[in-house]
Design a protein around this ligand. Sequence first.
Ligand SMILES: [Zn+2]
Length: 248
Amino acid sequence: MSAVAQEIRCSHCGAPVEFKPGEIVATCKYCGFTTVIETGQVFTFVHSLILNKFDEKSIDEPIRAWMSGGFLKPGDLAKKSKITSKELVYLPFWVVSAEAKSTYKGIFERIAPAIVKEGTISKEYDWLVLAREASEFPTHEYDVPLEGKIPYDFRKIEGFAKLLNSEIVREDALDIAKQQIEDHHRFLLEQDVDRIVEIKTEVTLKQIVYLHAPVWFIKYEYKGKDYQLLIEGTTGTALKGDIPTSRF
Ligand SMILES: [Zn+2]
């Protein structure tokens, strides 16, 4: 399917703002103004940015470090692989800050007689929801350095970088976060009881922030094959990397 880009006019500076089918919120690259496409309404939520600390040269350091470390990788990976592409992408997220309280009833069967356990799990979260529909992006391994976030500033976006727009409305992001938090509490509870009889989760929303965070999409070639590596742009942490299978 080819995604034909469309255009609207930025209601702040009048410049053309490009968006693709499925995108719901678009940010103007000339002034940083954000618009809800469907309604043409001004985006009234908080929009934040996490700063990228690398350029096309210095990103080589964390790439090589990833290639050289870890026992699962071929010993000559750093030496023999060729970096074929480095792309900086600002990915859109909804950060759902909420208090979640699950009330549960479960059965602990490891001892006889089995006992019924009742209780609550209460936690606070800055839950991250990727604002793209189809993506193999590993949100769960991604510890976004939220301390480093600043108000969105278009002047900080490098000319060579790509900025992706949201394909998910705020309300859907909240539903996704609620579901994922309950699943997470279910997982926590399973460490404690053998059977969950009942679980009810209440999520009290504090704030939802629209966020763009930098991720480097790296492609490299090793022994004639192509692989991908994702690196977080503030810390240089590898988020997900294809590792060539070593032959013995
Ligand atoms: Zn504009």
